[in-house]
Design a protein around this ligand. Structure first.
Ligand SMILES: *[C@@H]1O[C@H](CO)[C@@H](O)[C@H](O)[C@H]1NC(C)=O
Ligand SMILES: *[C@@H]1O[C@H](CO)[C@@H](O)[C@H](O)[C@H]1NC(C)=O
Ligand SMILES: *[C@@H]1O[C@H](CO)[C@@H](O)[C@H](O)[C@H]1NC(C)=O
Ligand SMILES: *[C@@H]1O[C@H](CO)[C@@H](O)[C@H](O)[C@H]1NC(C)=O
Ligand SMILES: *[C@@H]1O[C@H](CO)[C@@H](O)[C@H](O)[C@H]1NC(C)=O
Length: 196
């Protein structure tokens, strides 16, 4: 019976990897839609696609989390008058949570938008047909991270230069990697307990 136990063990192990990597687990639909829309917009201007940047996505997620309880008004989001954007006292802390600091994010762009129920078409035009289009059609941006909470969706653009790379010097282990690693260790312990 040792063989079938072993094959059961590896089947479950495989399943657990499939589960942790499945998109259903992350619920990223509105973010993926927006990224596709933004890259189509850039393609129509003959600009390169933006590539995903995990640290920018982390910051976008943290910012969306801060915004989530604010209602959509014309003084927030894509309709914000430049210079009147909401400021966060703990912005350096949010950067720190994502292994970032101001010297490697200075040249990036942070663009929050609020759209009730995040209706996909409205979300896209809030970026492509607002003041934000100036950033989206700028060749200096090469990377992107998107986060959303509630009615808020935040796009963070990164540059190819060190001042906007969102790339920490030491490659810090991402939170997602830590969680999936812990998940697998736990799984192995439980499996070993039952099978060995
Ligand atoms: C994009 O490139 C194509 C082919 O080079 C050209 O015909 C088109 O006018 C360009 N569009 C823009 C928006 O620059
Ligand atoms: C928001 O809209 C109101 C009414 O249309 C207008 O009076 C106000 O100036 C707007 N605020 C901003 C920041 O655009
Ligand atoms: C942005 O979203 C708001 C809803 O919050 C909508 O009323 C507005 O028309 C949108 N703006 C653009 C330019 O798409
Ligand atoms: C980018 O958009 C701005 C404002 O819509 C426009 O003035 C500028 O010409 C555009 N640049 C490119 C490269 O399309
Ligand atoms: C910011 O991070 C970069 C890369 O990780 C590092 O080289 C730099 O010293 C940091 N700057 C500050 C002000 O902490």
């Amino acid at each position: 019976m040792a063989f079938s136990k072993l094959s059961l063990f590896f089947s479950l192990l495989l399943l657990s990897f499939l589960f942790i990597n499945s998109p259903v687990f992350c619920g990223t639909d509105e973010k993926d839609n927006l990224l596709k829309g933004i890259n189509s917009y850039r393609a129509s201007l003959n600009l390169t696609s933006l590539t995903k940047n995990d640290n920018a996505a982390c910051l976008a997620d943290e910012l969306a989390d801060q915004f989530k309880n604010q209602p959509c008004t014309n003084s927030t989001g894509a309709n914000t008058v430049p210079g009147t954007e909401p400021q966060f006292a703990d912005y350096p802390n949010l950067l720190g949570k994502c292994h970032l600091n101001v010297s490697i994010t200075r040249d990036g762009a942070v663009m929050p938008a609020c759209v009730p129920n995040l209706v996909p078409d409205l979300v896209l035009t809030n970026f492509t047909q607002s003041q934000y289009s100036d950033n989206l059609n700028d060749t200096k941006y090469t990377g992107v991270g998107i986060g959303s909470h509630g009615d808020w969706i935040v796009v963070v653009l990164t540059t190819g230069t060190p001042e906007g790379s969102y790339a920490p010097a030491t490659s810090a282990t991402s939170v997602v990697t830590e969680i999936s690693l812990m998940y697998h260790l736990l799984f192995l312990l439980v499996a070993a307990f039952y099978l060995l």
